[in-house]
Design a protein around this ligand. Structure first.
Ligand SMILES: *Cc1c(COP(=O)(O)O)cnc(C)c1O
Length: 389
């Protein structure tokens, strides 16, 4: 079996992470720890801002709800997309203005809608009649946008099917929203998380534009298109720099939707490459004398933050102090007593042969969907710790 050269970070990326690397190198950790560099988060926001032009950027809080991340983003003018009362409270307590927070989950608790409305939040997502009724009752007169189902774009972590209504339902829902006294402003979609190339957006944008044009022709005065997330990070395969990617996507959006208000909800693209996990090897073993594969067990796994290794969908990069020495493929697994806690087996990871228990492994580009996915303590292993620099 072959391991992948892409298990290493791309050349040229080292200078960006000097501060992060120094912080990790000089610290000792007694449990797996995500180290977040807030300046890199800010760099990503600035790159997105340049690329997306006059679109409003609502950071998708679920990607990394670390309070200092939210606070830094709020302080530089970023807006937020929240999915629950907890995320709304977090954003407001970290300095976000309520008119800059959207409530973008299409599945909301009625009391959370009422809370958001009282807190001054005015923009809500929906994809069903009953949700519009809930919003009208608990946030009378609020602005809404409808999430539309789109076909999978080839994203590494698709977000379709569970969310959105069929194109054929859009006009009836827009009419219902209006009849309920809501301000039906537009449409939203999500192209799929980790959509590696801007060109992969075009088919999705064509689908949404068709629905948009039909609704406008039917007299619905739409003025907001929410393009969701999907902005990628480096996970082993080439991705364009964030600014270039965002600019290319935005050109396609403007070509189809003209000068209307645009909002984007980047999650992964904002935070993934701003964080790395410092982890430790707990065991290196073989199952039998003639076992082809080494097993390398880390102190971090599927239940302590690396949930996106499910199906080996998201591929992280690993670095050790022994890189450059002879290496070979290994099956990489987490520490818990559950056999699904294997990170990479179908596509093994290449690591130095001399690695032993106690050696440190740094896992790159882990700032998104890790700390927020860690279980509260499966098997007594604590959730992923977070250190902010
Ligand atoms: C998760 C999510 C996002 C963020 O997606 P990324 O691919 O991480 O950028 C944006 N919008 C909505 C509605 C989401 O659920």
């Amino acid at each position: 079996m072959t391991a992948f050269a892409s298990d290493r970070a791309p050349r040229g990326s080292e200078s960006r992470t000097l501060k992060l690397d120094a912080a990790i190198a000089s610290a000792t950790f007694d449990r797996p720890t995500l180290v977040m560099d807030l300046d890199l988060v800010e760099d990503n926001f600035r790159a997105l801002e340049r690329g997306l032009g006059d679109a409003a950027i609502h950071y998708a809080v679920k990607a990394n709800p670390t309070p200092q991340v939210i606070e830094r983003l709020a302080s530089i003018g970023c807006r937020f997309d929240a999915a629950s009362r907890g995320e709304i409270e977090l954003c407001l307590s970290m300095g976000a203005r309520p008119e800059h927070v959207s409530f973008g989950n299409t599945i909301k608790r009625a009391t959370d809608i009422a809370f958001a409305y009282r807190a001054g939040i005015t923009l809500f997502a929906a994809d069903a009649e009953a949700e519009l009724e809930k919003i009208a009752e608990n946030a009378p007169g609020a602005s809404v946008y409808l999430r539309v189902i789109v076909e999978p774009s080839g994203a590494d972590w698709p977000l379709t099917r569970k969310f959105g209504c069929a194109a054929s339902r859009v006009q009836a829902l827009l009419s219902l929203a209006r009849d309920l006294g809501l301000d039906a402003r537009g449409l939203s979609f999500h192209v799929g998380s980790q959509t590696r190339h801007a060109a992969m957006w075009t088919h999705t944008l064509d689908q949404v534009a068709r629905v948009w044009d039909e609704a406008r022709a039917a007299g619905h005065g739409l003025d907001l298109i929410n393009i969701g997330g999907g902005f990628p990070a480096f996970h082993g395969e080439h991705v364009d720099p964030l600014e270039t990617y965002a600019r290319d996507v935005m050109a396609e959006v403007r070509a189809r939707f003209g000068g209307v208000d645009v909002m984007a909800e980047p999650g992964r693209g904002m935070v993934a490459d701003a964080g790395a996990i410092a982890s430790e090897i707990l065991l290196v073993s073989r199952k039998s004398e003639d076992d082809l594969h080494r097993w390398v067990y880390l102190d971090v796994g599927r239940f302590s933050g690396l949930a996106e290794t499910e199906g080996e969908a998201i591929r992280y990069q690993f670095e050790t102090a022994l890189d450059g020495e002879e290496s070979g493929p290994c099956i990489l697994a987490g520490p818990s007593c559950d056999s699904v806690d294997v990170l990479y087996e179908k596509r093994p990871v290449s690591l130095p042969l001399s690695l032993r228990a106690g050696d440190r492994v740094v896992i790159r580009n882990c700032g998104a969907y890790t700390s927020s996915y860690a279980s509260v303590g499966f098997n007594g292993f604590p959730p992923l710790d977070v250190m902010v620099i």
